[in-house]
Design a protein around this ligand. Sequence first.
Ligand code: GGG
Length: 360
Amino acid sequence: MSNQHRFRIAAIPADGVGREVVAAGRDVLDALEARSGGRFGFHWEEFPWGSDYYAEHGVMMPDDGLEKLRNFDAIYFGAVGWPTVADHISLWGLRLRICQGFDHWANVRPVNFLPGITSPLRKADTVELDWVVVRENTEGEYAGLGGRNLSARGAGGEVAVQSALFTEVGCERIMRFAFDLARTRTRKKVASVTKSNAQQYGMVLWDDTFRRVAADYPDVETESVLVDAMAAKFVLHPEDLSVVVASNLNADILSDLGSALAGSLGLAPSANLNPERRYPSMFEPVHGSAPDIAGMGICNPIGAIGSAAMMLTHLGLPDEAKKINAAIEATTAQGLLTRDIGGNASTKAVTEAIIKNLPD
Ligand code: GGG
């Protein structure tokens, strides 16, 4: 890392609590920069895209939005979705437009227990959680293929088709990503998830590709599990999992279940990666915009701050990322918790405590 390296970061807080948690993450990164003795810094540019932008312009982001983002080192995203805009318009108009436009084909979603947090699983057991859900992030059920109004049957007779797209190239690259990740972990295991007994084309291609790729990783344990059985396994045998690789929709659902089992959706960080680094990758909390608590100063900033740590690892600052994760752990261990995890601390109080707990 060269001295005085300044990373160009595009911030897109977008909707609801996205604004509060992006501000919190930026405060933590600014604090690290201030302590870095000029070793590194961040040049921020904030983009006001989202549902308010839609109300004014009729689009979630401008037509040349991807061009505007292209030369940044990374994108730091909040959350998308607001009651004034239909959910499929806001999601496709912003988050999915960026992920698909920048070929963010790997969405990495770690799930861990943090100290001081009781969760549905922890109440029942003393089991530890240490998973990474790897979500295929550009095709599958999110390919956007299909249509509505496909019949002329009139009121009550409408027909819609929603197709999933599975390509062998798309399946293979996400599986190799999952296996390579498993090789870096204590438990070298990849569990692949489908519903291939019912989805007999794309998901059978997924299963066949998984078997072929697994043959190149004889040192990594494997299993193929149907998504309904995997949901049960998350709850009943969490100790038997390490890396879980799944299609776009299945992984989205399972990672929400995983973070709820760890205590709250508000805790979960994520990285939308273009592993070839042709485009800037995007880092965001797994949670959405939470309109019910937006603007109240009570949302959990930990998912967004953990995502900032993932961004630092991606930018080549893994030691700084470790400092953030250590500070998060120290803060929850002190019992400084937002409401979603049983406390009454504000977003600001938790953020300030994390900054105070940053190791030198
Ligand atoms: N920060 C994540 C976010 O804004 N999620 C909103 C959402 O509805 N996501 C659904 C999806 O991406 O599958």
